[in-house]
Design a protein around this ligand. Structure first.
Ligand SMILES: *Cc1c(COP(=O)(O)O)cnc(C)c1O
Length: 355
């Protein structure tokens, strides 16, 4: 079986050696040495000024909405994972969907202004498949209307845009370290912001509001990463270069062997991370045909992203034709570190013959 992704597991003895440090101190959570070390190493690796390790990639979105004190409407993208929308709703705000650009697949910045109302407090957009949003235009819009900007950068580990980490854009940026993501801690994630004031606020929010053992700095939740998760991150991080090279090889094989299918158009000046390989079929019927053939051959691609989030049962279902159209005919093909050349070629053959 060839799944859409496969978790990179470091040699178990290396993970155990790092875990042993937690056993030696008897300290397995509450920002122990391993979480602190992971944060420092990620700061260096990603070249970011601040990072806060979180126990998954969804709570960072919710905590960001809390910390920025967002109310009312949040302009967002319908083409993302459900967590982008559900976090807005969970925090008591209303998602207002703006359709996406048909090639970049990120929120269409030219349509944002028309969606702004007196109730709009922020823009929450996703850098889809590691492809940056039009950050400059979004920032200009945010300044003009006094809005906050959050980027769901769950797919963006290691991506740089215009020479700096993608995590540096927006008031707050988030990442997921879930086992299916490029870099992982089993479950995990992170929050990034350039603002020292904001990182302090996010810090209190992620740990019950604790300011010392007996004083509380506002309301908080428990979103701390544990030492067991951090140990996985520390064991995986040294392999990132190898993982990226292997994935690059797979992407190039797909590119050279699947010429007829539209692929993601990366924004210029993006240093990409080979996180996903989406292909676009002519229509949903063709997608179903190919999906069936792939499944028969033991290959399990995924419909990232489907459904278009404006069609979720708890949203207003305002139409977003481009997003709905793309969602109906996009498939992400298997892409991971040890997918072999023979396997990639087999997938290409099934698709090419099916078309
Ligand atoms: C994976 C993902 C998330 C959620 O991250 P978790 O770590 O699974 O909580 C949020 N947004 C996007 C776009 C994602 O792909």
């Amino acid at each position: 079986m060839i799944n859409v992704t496969k978790t990179f597991l470091p040699p178990q003895e290396e993970y155990n050696a790092i875990l042993k440090r937690a056993w030696d101190t008897g300290w397995i959570t509450n920002r122990g040495a391993l979480v602190l070390e992971l944060e420092e190493k990620l700061k260096t690796y990603l070249k970011v000024p601040n990072i806060l390790a979180i126990t998954n990639g969804t709570l960072p979105l919710q905590i960001a909405i809390k910390a920025l004190e967002l109310k009312g409407e949040i302009i967002t993208t319908p083409f993302s994972y459900v967590a982008t929308t559900s976090s807005i709703v969970w925090e008591g705000c209303t998602p207002v969907f703006v359709d996406i650009h048909p090639e970049y697949l990120t929120i269409d910045e030219t349509k944002i202004e028309a969606a702004i109302t007196p109730r709009t407090s922020a823009i929450l957009a996703t850098h889809v498949f590691g492809n940056p949003c039009a950050v400059k235009e979004i920032e200009a819009m945010a300044q003009k209307y006094n809005l906050k900007v959050i980027y769901d950068a769950a797919h963006c580990f290691g991506v740089t845009y215009k020479g700096k980490s993608i995590f540096e854009y927006g008031d707050v940026s988030t990442c997921s370290f879930h086992a299916t993501k490029l870099f992982h801690t089993g479950e995990g994630g992170a929050i990034f912001t350039k603002s020292q004031t904001l990182i302090d606020k996010l810090f209190y929010h992620h740990n019950f509001g604790h300011f010392g053992p007996e004083v509380f700095q506002g309301v908080g939740i428990n979103a701390k990463m544990s030492e067991l998760q951090a140990a996985m991150g520390l064991a995986v991080l040294p392999y990132m270069q190898k993982i990226l090279e292997a994935r690059k090889g797979v992407v190039e094989l797909y590119k050279n062997n699947l010429k007829s299918l539209g692929v993601l158009k990366l924004r210029e000046e993006t240093h990409w991370n080979y996180s996903y390989y989406p292909v676009l079929f002519n229509n949903e019927t063709q997608l179903f045909t190919i999906q069936k053939l792939l499944n028969k051959g033991g290959v399990i691609p995924r419909r990232y992203f489907y459904p278009s989030l404006n069609l979720l049962p708890y949203t207003d279902k305002k139409s977003c034709p481009t997003s709905e159209n793309i969602a109906s005919r996009v498939l992400c093909l298997p892409l991971y570190h040890d997918l072999s050349k023979a396997e990639v070629l087999k997938i290409c053959t099934i698709i090419n013959e099916g078309l």
